[in-house]
Design a protein around this ligand. Structure first.
Ligand SMILES: NCCC[C@H](NC(=O)CCC(=O)O)C(=O)O
Ligand SMILES: NC(=O)OP(=O)(O)O
Length: 330
């Protein structure tokens, strides 16, 4: 693997999940692989899980790690070409990314969308320029439109926890879990990166026969169709929850009315009452989560919550990705 920026970099999800679970069972088996190799983690936005799990994953593989909060600790970056830099920007991304490429063997980058201009965010201009000018393999730590390390940990968590109930009428084997991506309320306009990416991974996992996938959101909150091909899509949350085995709770802002917080109907916060509609579903969230706004405390503190297990699996997802890239480094 020579980069990890979306599910399109993964030939087979099931195989990748198997690789990650092998690392979970034996975390320190590949310590020689990363010896004298350096991972640089570059953040333009805050992070708890991504920063720590990716760092630990690299350490488990014997790598050195450097972390930089480029938005706060670096020079103000210029990204446009052909501008006379006589304003507030000090260094061009052409030089900044290229220099970091000199110091590292692999780079991770987090750069959220600005949510002002949809075309600009969805062009992934900043991310793509960074990839181009650093000249080494790049791992997305969440870009403007995707968060593939999160989605990999999510499918890993579903695969690992699914205890299928054998159904004799369907012969040997058992049914696939019903996974529902459920929109949740928020006070701010949040990116679509997590749900876009989750949808993209789940649609591919559905094609691979791993799950059945449904998305529920209020009117006006539909995701870009580029990420949802093959998903069941509904505006009726209660209907979507019937028979659900996994509910992935997440807020996102409107793609159509980009950057705006629209009004939305009541009844979109997941709580124990709604859980009764499901097949005793496990509840997931990428975190950070705003308690009792997006998701009820009773769920987060109760037996159906998978959020901590899911966050723990970020480590094994990151380790599988870094390992696959190290194996391809010349
Ligand atoms: N990396 C995980 C999610 C990051 C981001 N959440 C946030 O910005 C939450 C901010 C808040 O709740 O104020 C998102 O939704 O894309
Ligand atoms: N879920 C996730 O990416 O968390 P952080 O933003 O804290 O890294």
């Amino acid at each position: 693997m020579n980069k990890f920026t979306s599910v399109h970099d993964v030939p087979n999800i099931k195989q990748f999940v198997t690789d990650a679970l092998a690392l979970k069972a034996n975390p320190y088996a590949n310590q020689d692989l990363g010896k004298n190799k350096t991972l640089g983690l570059v953040f333009m936005n805050p992070s708890l899980r991504t920063r720590l799990s990716t760092q630990k994953a690299a350490l488990n593989l014997g790598m050195n790690v450097m972390v930089m909060n480029l938005d706060k600790e670096g020079w103000a970056l210029e990204t446009q070409d052909g501008v006379v830099m006589n304003g507030s920007t000090v260094e061009h991304i052409r030089e900044a990314a290229a220099v970091m490429g000199e110091y590292c063997d692999i780079l991770g980058l987090r750069s959220f969308p600005k949510l002002n201009n949809r075309e600009e965010d969805y062009s992934e201009d900043f991310f793509n320029k960074f990839v181009k000018y650093c000249g080494i393999p790049v791992i997305s730590l969440e870009s403007a439109t995707r968060h593939p390390l999160q989605s990999f940990a999510d499918i890993l968590t579903i695969h690992e926890t699914w205890k299928p109930i054998p159904n004799p009428s369907q012969g040997e084997g058992s049914r696939r879990p019903k996974v529902v991506l459920a929109w949740a309320p928020h006070i701010k306009a949040l990116p679509q990166a997590v749900p876009n990416s989750f949808a993209e991974w789940m649609c591919k996992a559905q094609v691979e026969g791993m799950i059945d996938f449904t998305i529920a959101q209020p009117n006006g909150y539909e995701l870009s169709e580029d990420f949802t091909a093959g998903a069941q899509i509904t505006h009726n949350l209660d209907e979507a929850l019937v028979g659900a085995d996994y509910i992935y709770v997440k807020n996102w802002s409107s793609y159509a009315e980009y950057g705006k917080v629209l009004t939305y109907p009541d009844g979109w916060m997941m709580n124990n009452e709604k859980l009764k509609l499901t097949n005793n579903a496990k509840v997931m969230h990428c975190l950070p989560v705003r308690r009792d706004l997006e998701l009820s405390s009773e769920i987060l503190d109760g037996p159906n919550s998978l959020v901590i297990h899911q966050a723990g699996n970020r480590l094994w997802a990151a380790q599988a990705v870094i390992k696959a890239i190290l194996e391809d480094l010349k």
